[in-house]
Design a protein around this ligand. Structure first.
Ligand code: SF4
Length: 103
């Protein structure tokens, strides 16, 4: 992060993806999915989300967890029109339960 233009997200991507060390990589997809699932509260900063998830996700799977949530956000849990009906996580999802509790 001492390199100009490199923020926490990119630094953590290098730490986790290239060096294989534990990293929570907070991009817009991970933020949205972790908030919708109820893993973190709404309104937290990316850094607060990173530290909160570091508390609850075991170190040995943090990088895999990050890439899985990012992929899930790109493929299923879109910002607009998430595909909840085909989502394997819907039974665990706070957002889904709140949105579809009367259906
Ligand atoms: S149930 Fe819907 S909102 Fe929840 S994680 Fe799946 S796609 Fe996202």
């Amino acid at each position: 992060m001492k390199i100009k233009g490199i923020g926490r997200k990119t630094a953590n991507m290098v730490v986790g993806g290239a060096y294989g060390k534990p990293a929570i990589i907070v991009d817009t997809h991970l933020m949205r999915v972790s908030q919708r699932l109820g893993l973190v509260d709404e309104g937290l900063s990316p850094e607060e989300i990173e530290f909160k998830l570091k508390e609850i996700v075991p170190e040995e799977v943090q990088t895999k967890f990050s890439f899985a949530l990012i992929r899930h956000g790109k493929k299923v849990c879109h910002a607009k029109n998430p595909e909840c009906q085909i989502c394997d996580l819907k039974n665990l999802c706070r957002w889904y339960k709140a949105s579809f509790k009367y259906t």
